[in-house]
Design a protein. Structure first.
Length: 255
């Protein structure tokens, strides 16, 4: 198994013969940012699965459907807020067959696409988060499911956000997760790692009435960087001992 960081929240996972791609978008889609990551090339018969957690332009790009021209076996698993009609796709230059390769999912759903078992969580922002099992490996990609604690939002809004976030993460209790992609957005300042810390060790935060089993995982990877990599590493060094986090350093694909 290999994980490749493309950019922002886009990661590619190679597991056995399959390729899983999460939240790809073209690097120039977000105003004020340029992301230079590119997807590696594979043989045309490679089973490729493309996930889009929601339609924000830093997580979804309709042009990802052009991968169907390279990989006939490709399947797309998109949040329902990304939904496009077959007529819309043809109008934008995609073959009619592409619409048949898309499977749309909402929050709190379970589905099977080929031999992938997929479960969704409800995002605290937009769309869904994905829990995916295949070939004995399990992955969690949060999308924008996070404890978004915004300065100036107020205790009521931030408190509600935290409650909603933790209720979703508790649904993963007891699950095995080999790789988890959990946002750590530097715009949250001192609250940048709140969501990650709770995800990593919910037992530290449970109440007397909470019987949540710890989530069984091997590595947590931190997307949604907004290119502030150095700041994130410096801050992370200050908390790494407290959370006892084992970091997995993915290969970065740049050209």
């Amino acid at each position: 198994m290999q994980v490749i960081f493309i950019h922002h929240s886009c990661f590619l996972v190679e597991v056995d013969e399959k390729v899983l791609i999460f939240d790809w978008f073209d690097g120039d889609r977000v105003e004020g940012y340029h992301f230079g990551g590119v997807l590696p090339e594979y043989e045309p018969d490679t089973p490729v699965y493309v996930f889009a957690s929601h339609k924000h332009r830093d997580h979804f790009d309709m042009d990802v459907l052009h991968l169907a021209e390279k990989y006939p076996k490709i399947r797309f698993i998109f949040s329902k807020d990304c939904k496009m009609s077959p007529h819309f796709l043809v109008k934008h230059g995609f073959a009619p067959e592409v619409a048949k390769r898309i499977h749309y999912v909402g929050a709190d759903e379970k589905c099977r696409v080929d031999d992938l078992n997929i479960e969704t969580l409800r995002s605290t922002d937009a769309g869904v988060a994905f829990y995916v099992e295949t070939n004995g490996a399990a992955f969690y990609h949060a999308g924008d499911l996070n404890d978004w604690h915004w300065d100036g939002a107020g205790d009521l809004i931030n408190g509600s956000m935290r409650t909603n976030y933790r209720s979703q993460i508790r649904r993963l209790s007891g699950r095995k997760i080999h790789l988890a992609f959990v946002p750590a957005d530097p715009r949250l300042m001192e609250h940048q790692f709140d969501g990650m810390i709770y995800f990593h060790n919910p037992l530290r935060h449970r109440s007397v009435r909470d019987s949540l089993p710890i989530i069984r995982k091997r590595a947590v990877i931190l997307p949604h960087m907004h290119r502030k990599y150095v700041i994130r590493i410096r801050v992370l060094q200050e908390i790494i001992h407290a959370v006892k986090l084992v970091l997995h350093q993915p290969r970065i694909c740049r050209h």
